[in-house]
Design a binder for this molecule. Structure first.
Ligand SMILES: [Zn+2]
Length: 133
């Protein structure tokens, strides 16, 4: 039994060293919530600006109501919206991972993602090695 003690203390030191610390998680959560808010605002704005989604815009500016203009803007808007929604999903997933304690671990290999990487890409779910594979 005594022989196990050094091993256990080594493990707990290793866990402390590699687990993202609480301050870091709070920072990340704050950043993610900000980002989430920002995306939600942008998504609302997109709906207001899109001539197909927002009929009032056409009513206000009849000269802008041509079909080609509408479809061009609509396509551009939809691409932008798709991108935003993808980021939104990543942000939601990261927030869930912060809550359930899996934030910072790589989905592929299970290793902890380098905190330097998480600072640059807070929504990263893969470690640098797995991301380039
Ligand atoms: Zn990995």
């Amino acid at each position: 039994m005594l022989a196990l003690l050094p091993l256990l203390s080594t493990i707990s030191v290793a866990m402390k060293r590699f687990l993202p610390n609480v301050d870091f998680l709070h920072q990340v959560e704050y950043l993610l919530l900000k980002k989430k808010e920002e995306i939600e605002k942008q998504l609302l704005k997109i709906e207001e600006d899109d001539p197909v989604l927002s009929l009032s815009l056409i009513a206000e500016s009849p000269e802008l109501g041509t079909e080609s203009w509408q479809s061009e803007v609509h396509i551009r808007t939809m691409l932008f919206r798709d991108n935003l929604q993808k980021v939104q999903e990543q942000v939601e997933l990261s927030l869930q991972r912060v809550k359930n304690g899996t934030y910072g671990s790589c989905l592929t290999c299970g290793d902890l993602i380098q905190s330097e990487r998480l600072k640059v890409v807070p929504v990263a779910t893969l470690c640098a090695a797995c991301a380039i594979r």
